[in-house]
Design a protein around this ligand. Structure first.
Ligand SMILES: [Zn+2]
Length: 238
């Protein structure tokens, strides 16, 4: 009996270790921790501090594709805001679409607009303080790839564009970062700790800011680095 218990205990212990080590994919490790030297950009923009010391986002559902519910999109904006707050800047979503005009200049409006998004999935306009989502590209995505969960793309786009308002103007060269793009069209590819893993995912980028996105944000906004370059437990990808 004693032996049995010992074996059980050993197995449980081994399973725990296995869980902790083997089941954390390279992608999750990359999301959760930013190693030194991993903050590299494509050099396509000049990072600066956030447009304000506190960012308030408000969501206007007008013109949204019918397959996105208002509460769903609002929750995505709130989620991205909460995760970006780890930059050390307060980022919140407020529910005040009706008084947008009075709040202008303080609040960034997340809206659907073919004109303002200029053919992109999303576009951050710092001067206008608008984060515009493109109904056209989302419709095209749905038509071409109906099995794909467009909500994932939407979360990624919202998180990405929000990052520009926090001052991350250059795009990241680290594939997993929400601020990344994969190649520059000139044959140069983004960086990953194990490139062979990338083909296992349809979208390697994280839908929310990674440890390196947050670390870069903290750096450009004069905040101390994340301890060990790690996201806090509650934000970690499994
Ligand atoms: Zn961008």
């Amino acid at each position: 009996m004693k032996l049995f218990i010992l074996i059980m205990f050993t197995l449980i212990l081994a399973a725990d270790l296995f869980d902790a080590v083997a089941f954390e994919s390279i992608r999750s490790q990359e999301i959760n921790q930013c190693l030194s030297g991993e903050i590299v950009t494509w050099g396509d923009g000049k990072d600066r501090s956030a447009v304000a010391s506190e960012l308030k986002f408000v969501y206007d559902h007008a013109g949204a594709p019918e397959w996105f519910a208002e509460s769903q999109v609002a929750a995505m904006v709130a989620k991205a805001a909460a995760e970006w707050s780890q930059c050390g800047i307060r980022v919140v979503m407020i529910d005040r679409v009706g008084v947008w005009d009075q709040l202008k200049g303080v609040v960034i409006k997340v809206q659907w607009s073919a004109k303002e998004s200029r053919g992109n999935f999303g576009l951050a306009n710092q001067g206008m303080r608008t984060l515009s989502l493109g109904p056209g590209p989302f419709a095209l995505l749905k038509a071409r790839n109906p099995k794909h969960d467009a909500r994932e793309t939407l979360q990624l786009v919202i998180s990405h564009e929000m990052g520009h308002f926090l001052g991350l103007m250059a795009h990241s060269r680290r594939c997993v970062d929400v601020l990344s793009y994969y190649d520059n069209g000139k044959g140069e590819k983004c960086y990953s700790r194990d490139v062979s893993q990338m083909k296992l995912y349809k979208e390697y980028r994280y839908l929310l800011p990674t440890a390196c996105d947050i670390e870069r944000c903290r750096m450009i906004n004069g905040k101390p680095p994340l301890p060990d370059g790690k996201l806090p437990e509650r934000s970690q990808a499994k």
